[in-house]
Design a protein around this ligand. Structure first.
Ligand SMILES: [Zn+2]
Length: 79
């Protein structure tokens, strides 16, 4: 079994997923918030820092989301 370290809280966990079970709900919530924000505001807002300020999601987490499956397209928006 692969042991991973949660990027949000630092605990070790063995389930599949990007973060530990405890953080999954919050992570998913922020991820959809991030997606909605980009959908609503498009690429006019092309700064993660600005998105961070407006959504309250940390830049660290936003950068992490860009590595998630299905968000490959987003990555190019923030280059
Ligand atoms: Zn965690």
């Amino acid at each position: 079994m692969e042991v991973k370290r949660c990027a949000r809280c630092g605990v070790f966990y063995t389930n599949s997923g990007y973060v530990c079970p405890k953080c999954t709900t919050k992570d998913n919530m922020e991820l959809s918030q991030f997606k909605n924000f980009v959908e609503e505001n498009g690429i006019e807002i092309n700064s993660l820092k600005q998105i961070s300020t407006e959504t309250g999601i940390s830049e660290k987490n936003l950068n992490r989301f860009l590595e998630y499956d299905g968000l490959e397209g987003y990555k190019t928006l923030f280059k």
